[in-house]
Design a protein around this ligand. Structure first.
Ligand code: MG
Length: 352
């Protein structure tokens, strides 16, 4: 090792990681590295640096105006994609720290996991999946954002382990624990984010749905209330504590008790049936889908307008279809509304 590296703060921090973290943690100094080699920061370790790059990205700031479940909610207390992301990061860090895993890596993956999310939540995702020739899902798009779209086509050049955790975070309606091996992150830190994402959304979507009076607290299945607890705080705490306690019994793997896993699975099924697919939410889902479909077909008919007028991030070496997908996926809810208005609604003449 060259003497200059050994005197950096980063080197000292990397050494500290080795003495503090569990042997199966992802050590920053052991990262498989970045796609393009670059000189590492003198005082930040690789995953710390990645987290900071994500926070400073434009895609991260746009999460503020992207739907979680309820479209462009006017109430100040509803979750957005940004607050969802922060809740995932908090839960993931708590678990990672308690298991002596790499908190920086967990946080970087958590903050980046939904960067590719469309406007209008899963309505946007479903539209692009139907219209784009190669289909669409938000986790692949999140990777595309960090690999390519940020910094005008240069990407953020993140570490392999952060990129791996981002692409493998999603679960849809699939199994909560033990997904197929190809969908399992190679690091425990990445696997934690996948669980933290589920813990965050089942709890905050339930909380928001009660706030919106889509459901009442009394409708929550009895078994869930019994096992997980009778309040938002207790339910999150039960899930997080269970994962920490069970995983500490068998170090090196993420575990959850059968009882809590069953209650979480039932709670998620309850949310699908009574919130995500409820008429109140679904009717907005249909409206949002139509709005994005119309924008999509507008640009298919006037492709030159996309590159010349509306999408400064247009990448000439990518196909038109990919650029259109990237443009629509990048929109915030409010940008999609205002673009629709501009493209399709007549404007009153302002005659003085
Ligand atoms: Mg998420």
């Amino acid at each position: 090792m060259n003497a200059e590296i050994c005197t950096t703060v980063r080197y000292e921090l990397e050494q500290r990681e080795r003495s503090l973290l569990a042997p199966f943690a992802a050590f920053s100094a052991d990262s498989r590295g970045r796609e393009r080699a670059e000189e590492e920061c003198r005082y930040r370790m690789a995953y710390q640096h990645d987290r900071d790059r994500i926070i400073h990205s434009k895609a991260f700031r746009r999460l503020k105006y992207k739907t979680q479940v309820f479209l462009a909610p006017s109430g100040d207390h509803y979750r957005t994609r940004l607050t969802h992301t922060l809740e995932v990061a908090q839960i993931a860090r708590t678990i990672a720290k308690a298991l002596f895993l790499n908190e920086d890596l967990t946080e970087a993956i958590a903050l980046g996991h939904d960067l590719g999310h469309t406007p209008f939540g899963h309505a946007g995702e479903a539209v692009l999946n139907r219209l784009h020739p190669d289909g669409f899902n938000h986790f692949q798009q999140s990777l595309r954002v960090v690999d390519l779209l940020e910094k005008d086509g240069a990407g953020l050049n993140l570490s392999f382990e952060v990129r791996d955790g981002i692409i493998k975070h999603s679960k849809g309606k699939g199994q909560i624990l033990s997904p197929a091996l190809e969908h399992t992150a190679i690091t425990l830190e990445g696997q934690i984010v996948r669980l933290a994402d589920i813990i965050a959304y089942v709890n905050h979507d339930l909380d928001d749905a009660i706030r919106a009076q889509t459901i009442s607290a009394a409708q929550i299945p009895e078994a869930c209330r019994y096992t997980l607890g009778d309040s938002h705080t207790r339910r999150i705490n039960t899930m997080v504590t269970d994962i920490i306690d069970e995983s500490r019994k068998e170090p090196g793997a993420l575990k959850i008790s059968t009882e809590v896993l069953e209650a979480m699975t039932e709670l998620r099924a309850f949310l699908f049936a009574n919130v995500y697919e409820s008429p109140a939410v679904y009717n907005d889902f249909i409206k949002a889908s139509r709005l994005l479909e119309e924008i999509y077909s507008y640009f298919q008919n006037k492709p030159h307008e996309l590159s010349e007028k509306y999408y400064p991030g247009y990448l000439k070496h990518c196909s038109f279809a990919d650029n259109l997908r990237d443009f629509i996926a990048s929109m915030t809810d409010r940008y999609a509304f205002s673009l629709y208005e501009k493209l399709f609604l007549p404007h009153p003449w302002n005659i003085k």
